[in-house]
Design a protein around this ligand. Structure first.
Ligand SMILES: Nc1nc2c(c(=O)[nH]1)N[C@H]1C(S)=C(S)[C@@H](COP(=O)(O)OP(=O)(O)OC[C@H]3O[C@@H](n4cnc5c(=O)[nH]c(N)nc54)[C@H](O)[C@@H]3O)O[C@H]1N2
Ligand SMILES: Nc1nc2c(c(=O)[nH]1)N[C@H]1C(S)=C(S)[C@@H](COP(=O)(O)OP(=O)(O)OC[C@H]3O[C@@H](n4cnc5c(=O)[nH]c(N)nc54)[C@H](O)[C@@H]3O)O[C@H]1N2
Ligand SMILES: [Mo]
Length: 764
């Protein structure tokens, strides 16, 4: 069991708000534990401000007029994590074999601190040993030259800057590989595919300022209190203005219920909090298509009625006629769907959904915000298409105060796609790259994340090169991935801290430590700045000023250039050394490749609030096949992709308040009342009664899809919870072992981590 030495396990409901003193305490705790570099306070004060450093945690927007302290609890934790005083040195690796380290928990591995030296795995001693950078690059290059480029994976986790990402994608393509998956493939790829096919733009359409003028927010499957806490400020302002904030989430997430603003002295001193959601609907996991259809049904049938009696219309018929395609087919499907089916599939009552419909019918400017609760389902695309349908009914896109607000994950995950990290050749400007750099880019489709895993499992991938992340831990089917990973011929990880993926060495294996974004990046022409793109398609500069964790570290651009020079034939059009010496030259190259989006890039990167790269759907310009925004008829009302069956549950894999993806900061999930452990499963009391289970009984979760019976997570503590019947919640990445790689969203291939079919067995 995962117990922090000084902590008792407890699972009492949490009664406080999000934010407030609880948040301060949580940050103080991690700062103390990490014995953070004293520069942390200064770096936090600069965080997310014009001319400052952009937070390494999430991709939430950076306002042009920031608060005095424009950081949140989890941003502060991410900062402490990077500026820790602990170090994972060559001496650490002499002391601990890789086999021994594989027995450590995710938390303990990263707690060992920042990596300091380039390391090579030595199979004879089963240890990582220090090497020089020159040796590492030369050997990696020599190996890469011997492979079929189409069998080499270049994975990127969404943190690296636009400059690094551009160089990364260019290196992979000059080498001949289109295998450029990134963490987006496990995350908002459903957005990229679903919004693109329906409205022609693959990203959100709103600006941060749209929160100032909306009169309704529909909030589906995103947990701002944990994953984007700065989003609570505009939400709180909306709540105070009387905006209807209507949440759909199987769990009552505290950040969506009430928030004490740590920036507000009165709230802090009086302990007052602001209620956020005006309505909270605990939809069944995978029941959102049905819920949205219910709202649509109310609105469409009310409009039918208005037409009959000659009352003013509810639908925006002018918008539908001028801008959309496919309305009639969708409306017919909605009229034909009965309420009993909608109620059963959503787990919500007709009265509840009609109530939402009535508010929607009156609201003039509606924003919809969503996250993994919609994207990580087998029918995630149907989730998005139904959401688009709902928004199109009243023209809620392309006008102030209305539109789509997907909340992206990693701080530059959207930007990585913008500058060419993609396995889809049609999304990269290949002809332009060819003209600029005089080489023949690969034209075939490359592997996405799940395809890369399938090729690693079946032995047809030769090498894995990772720019950040912890892929072997973040993907499904971890028990199959782990042995297969070690059969790769070459594994290379560019990283800041040690994680489980690094402990699965291929036949040749390197671990290359890099600077973090918060640190000073000194190059030939002086200290460098980098850029990234947020969830609102805004692009900013960021300059780290903290002392680097070690003077042996290289920057990410320098490491990419080192691998590129050792692998590729010299090309007079690409001067890798000059780029590393001055990142402004990389930005010039980005501008030359994408002249429309990155006009005067170097000049505009410091505009307060960032510059907008432009999103066509936000101007009602629809880059779809039909040239119109498209209604789509959903293929099913159940997003899970599997049928109900006796004893089968829908498991949501969740993030705690003490983690960033596979990085575990601690064992508290404050808002959900969990202390001292991650080995729990949230369960409805009625389901517990049916199974004869009592609070804190131990159970195993067993995979229940196809040949999935041998997938098991053992000895989880049962925690009675306010969660719809038939649904369970437990933590990611521990539960990834329960998911087969085939359990993924249709079309986007995002692993369907929000509805995994499982059975519950009492632990032996
Ligand atoms: N502190 C912190 N910040 C983070 C991260 C982190 O791990 N820690 N991760 C980053 C990354 S990469 C990402 S992608 C984002 C993720 O941020 P989110 O999109 O918020 O992702 P999750 O926490 O996985 O799940 C979101 C919510 O979906 C709900 N949910 C589950 N199933 C369903 C469903 O079927 N329908 C509905 N309506 N809701 C459902 C869950 O109860 C949960 O509240 O956060 C980013 N920010
Ligand atoms: N079951 C289930 N699985 C999921 C999810 C889920 O909700 N449920 N969520 C999915 C999602 S949304 C995502 S985005 C993925 C996340 O998958 P990844 O992005 O692959 O994983 P992370 O945990 O974010 O990666 C953490 C590691 O990144 C490295 N790192 C941190 N900072 C830096 C840096 O500045 N530079 C470099 N080079 N390395 C750095 C550190 O070594 C750290 O150990 O997981 C996915 N997997
Ligand atoms: Mo993500």
């Amino acid at each position: 069991m995962n117990i922090v030495a000084d902590d008792q396990i407890s699972t009492e409901p949490y009664t406080g708000p999000s934010g407030g003193w609880g948040s301060m305490k949580s940050v103080a705790r991690i700062n103390l534990r990490e014995k953070v570099n004293p520069e942390t306070v200064r770096e936090l004060a600069r965080q997310n401000k014009p001319e400052g450093v952009m937070c390494v945690s999430c991709a939430w927007g950076k306002p042009a007029h920031p608060h005095i302290a424009e950081f949140c609890e989890n941003g502060a934790k991410a900062t402490a994590w990077e500026l820790t005083s602990y170090r994972t040195t060559p001496a650490f690796f002499t002391e601990h074999s890789v086999t021994e380290l594989r027995g450590w928990k995710d938390f303990d591995l990263e707690q060992a601190g920042r990596l300091t030296h380039p390391m090579r795995y030595d199979a004879a001693s089963d240890r990582y040993v220090a090497v020089s950078w020159e040796e590492a690059f030369a050997d990696i290059g020599a190996h890469l030259k011997g492979y079929d480029p189409a069998k080499v994976v270049f994975y990127a986790s969404g943190r690296a800057s636009l400059e690094t990402s551009y160089m990364w994608a260019l290196m992979a393509r000059m080498y001949g590989s289109q295998n450029l998956p990134d963490s987006s493939n496990m995350c908002h790829e459903t957005t990229s595919v679903g919004l693109k096919s329906a409205i022609g733009s693959p990203v959100g359409t709103i600006h941060l300022s749209d929160y100032d003028s909306c009169d309704m927010i529909l909030y589906f499957g995103q947990n701002p209190g944990v994953n984007s806490p700065r989003a609570l400020h505009p939400l709180r302002a909306c709540a105070k203005r009387g905006v209807e904030i209507i949440v759909f989430n199987p769990l009552k997430e505290r950040g969506l219920e009430r928030f004490t603003d740590p920036q507000n002295p009165i709230e802090m001193v009086t302990g007052k909090s602001t209620p956020i959601a005006s309505q909270y609907h605990q939809v069944k996991t995978g029941g959102d298509i049905a819920a949205m259809l219910g709202i649509c049904k109310y609105v469409i049938e009310a409009d039918d009625q208005c037409q009959r009696i000659g009352a003013p219309a509810i639908l925006d018929h002018a918008f539908i006629a001028e801008h959309t395609k496919g309305f009639e087919a969708f409306a017919d499907m909605v009229r034909a769907t009965d309420w009993a089916t909608i109620e059963h599939e959503s787990g919500l009552s007709r009265g509840e959904l009609e109530g939402v419909g009535a508010i929607y019918a009156k609201s003039k400017r509606v924003i919809c915000v969503y996250g993994m609760g919609l994207t990580q389902h087998v029918h995630g695309i149907d989730n998005l298409h139904t959401l688009v349908n709902l928004m199109l009914l009243r023209g809620n896109v392309g006008k102030p105060g209305a539109g789509f607000g997907p909340v992206r994950g990693h701080s530059n995950v959207q930007g990585q796609r913008t500058v060419g990290i993609t396995e889809k050749p049609e999304l990269a400007p290949l002809d332009r790259l060819k003209a600029l750099y005089d080489f023949e880019p690969p034209r075939d489709k490359g592997w996405d994340t799940v395809e890369a895993c399938e090729h690693i499992i079946d032995g047809s991938a030769q090498a894995f090169i990772g720019l950040g992340g912890n892929l072997a831990r973040a993907v499904p089917a971890t028990a199959e991935i782990e042995p297969a990973w070690q059969q790769l011929d070459l594994t290379v990880s560019i990283a800041t801290k040690l994680n489980r993926t690094h402990l699965l060495p291929g036949k040749t294996c390197y671990l290359l430590p890099c600077l973090g974004r918060i640190e000073t990046d000194e190059q030939a022409t002086g200290p460098q700045a980098v850029t990234m793109e947020d969830s609102f398609s805004r692009i900013y500069g960021s300059r780290g000023k903290a002392t680097p964790a070690a003077d042996t570290l290289l920057s990410e651009p320098a490491i990419v250039a080192g691998i590129a020079k050792a692998t590729l034939a010299p090309n007079p059009k690409v001067d890798w050394d000059a780029w590393v010496g001055d990142y402004a030259l990389v930005r010039d190259a980005i501008e030359a490749t994408y002249p429309d989006k990155f006009t005067r890039f170097n000049e505009r990167m410091w505009v307060p609030g960032g510059f907008w790269k432009g999103v066509e759907a936000a101007h009602r310009q629809w880059l779809t096949e039909s040239g119109r925004a498209e209604f789509n008829v959903p293929s099913t009302l159940n997003a899970t992709g599997f049928a109900e069956a006796p004893g089968r549950f829908r498991l949501m894999t969740l993030r705690s308040n003490d983690q960033f993806n596979t990085t575990v900061y601690g064992y508290h999930d404050r808002f959900r009342g969990i202390k001292g452990t991650r080995d729990i499963v949230f369960m409805n009391r009625a389901d517990m009664a049916t199974m004869g289970l009592a609070e804190h009984d131990l159970v195993d979760l067993v995979g229940d899809a196809g040949s999935n019976g041998d997938r098991r997570v053992g000895k989880l503590l049962v925690v009675p919870y306010d969660i719809p019947q038939g649904c369970l919640g437990a933590y990611y990445p521990e539960c990834n072992v329960l998911m087969p790689v085939t359990h993924k969203a249709e079309q986007s291939h995002v692993p369907a981590g929000k509805s995994v079919p499982v059975r519950v067995e009492r632990s032996a």
